[in-house]
Design a protein around this ligand. Structure first.
Ligand code: GLV
Ligand code: MN
Ligand code: MN
Length: 399
């Protein structure tokens, strides 16, 4: 089946009625349905499926073993996300395997399609959970205690979904099998539009992380509390939002996309407000500097309102420079396709610290991502799958 045909088969799963697009969160109904869908599709492609200790799904062509050529992506989404971020890499991997099989190709190395768990962190806050747990870059005890908006822990959600949370953690065996990892992804920007190219390769990922600011004030009555008597945590929270925009200069990015007042009532002065800051910049020093500036502004604003503030670093990843030799090899093999940087995080970025990793990007004519308008034309999706198949063939053939 074509990539577009495969995407069509899951187009009804996890649709978001509020924003449009898709809400497919880790270990929730839609994502579990997609996991079952993938396992069935992989079976029809003749792949042998196994689920690792961290709930990542692996579909193998050939016996699982060292020096495997691995491709894949994720099936979860941000709230109200697009149809392509994640699923395009998964369906392209399946389409590439089918194309290689139908032309009679026999890989000399094991080849696997992987679906990583909770890449977006849309439910538990920390992105790339599956790959971070597998590589040991996230402490399983800390991960298992993460909670979703309803207070359900990752441990409980995983157990309810049929996984063993006690087994979560660094998986040396799974990691040692990966010879290289290639993730195909819809581009999350306008680079390929401007270059007039359907497919490109990734050069780097910006340093990025998530910080949770908790402002604590005094919950009270919206009508009965004189302004002078208030300690309203929404005030410093709103100052943080403005400070983030002011501090993000010179290519840095700072975003507040999630602000959670407790209890969140129209006629209630909140007791606490959690503000999630997503901050990204070219390197570690500039990202730290950006967060420091925002933290200082938040601290002053909290004191001005008589509120307390605590800051928790929920996740962080330094700048990733993808393996230059692999990147150039892929670009050459694909007729000199362009290499471009990205501000978006990926499982390939997590794996890049451990194994040679690379990414293929497919043009996105809207340039929009993490929103329903994210798009890729069918012809470009097919070009991506063809490119992926030739890359996988090349890598699985050479010794
Ligand atoms: C994931 O797509 C991220 O960059 O947040
Ligand atoms: Mn994403
Ligand atoms: Mn993604």
């Amino acid at each position: 089946m074509t990539t577009t045909g495969l995407l069509r088969t899951i187009s009804g799963v996890g649709t978001d009625r509020g924003r449009g697009g898709y809400s497919r969160h880790g270990f929730a109904k839609a994502e579990l349905e997609l996991r079952d869908w993938f396992i069935a599709e992989a079976g029809w492609c003749g792949l042998d499926v196994e689920v690792d200790r961290n709930s990542n799904i692996w579909a193998w062509w050939g016996d699982p073993g060292p020096d495997a050529v691995v491709t894949g992506s994720h099936l979860d989404s941000v709230p109200g996300g697009g149809a392509f971020d994640g699923p395009l890499g998964v369906v392209s991997a399946l389409a590439a395997v089918e194309a290689m099989r139908s032309k009679g190709f026999q890989p000399a190395k094991p080849l696997a399609v992987v679906v990583f768990a909770e890449e977006e962190g849309g439910r538990f806050g920390v992105p790339c959970l599956g790959s971070r747990l597998l590589t040991g870059s996230l402490d399983p005890a800390a991960a298992l205690g993460l909670t979703d908006n309803s207070g359900v822990t990752l441990a409980d959600a995983a157990e309810t979904a049929g996984f063993d949370p006690a087994a979560f953690g660094r998986d040396t065996e799974a990691l040692s099998r990966i010879g290289c990892f290639i993730e195909l992804h819809v581009e999350q920007g306008r680079g390929l539009i401007e270059l007039d190219a359907p497919v490109g390769v990734a050069s780097s990922i910006m340093a990025h992380g998530r910080w949770r600011f908790r402002f604590t004030g005094e919950g009270n009555h919206a009508g009965a509390t004189p302004i002078a008597d208030r300690r309203d945590p929404m005030l410093p929270a709103s100052q943080l939002v403005l400070a983030a925009r002011r501090a993000a200069t010179g290519g840095a990015r700072a975003t507040v996309g999630r602000l959670v007042p407790n209890p969140g009532g129209t006629n209630v002065i909140a007791s606490t407000v959690d503000v999630w800051l997503d901050a990204r910049a070219e390197n570690d020093a500039s990202t730290r500097d950006l967060v420091e500036k925002i933290t200082s502004a938040a601290t002053v604003a909290a004191a001005d309102e008589g509120c307390a503030v605590t800051v928790t670093e929920e996740s962080y990843g330094d700048t990733v420079i993808f393996d230059p030799a692999l990147r150039d090899d892929l670009s050459r093999m694909l007729g000199g396709v362009p290499a471009l940087p990205t501000g978006a995080g990926h499982d390939a970025g997590v794996l890049a610290a451990h194994v040679p990793a690379a990414m293929l990007f497919v043009r996105n004519p809207t340039g929009v991502s993490h929103a329903p308008a994210e798009h890729a034309e069918p012809a470009d999706c097919e070009a991506g799958a063809v490119a992926l198949a030739s890359v996988l063939e090349h890598l699985a053939r050479s010794s």
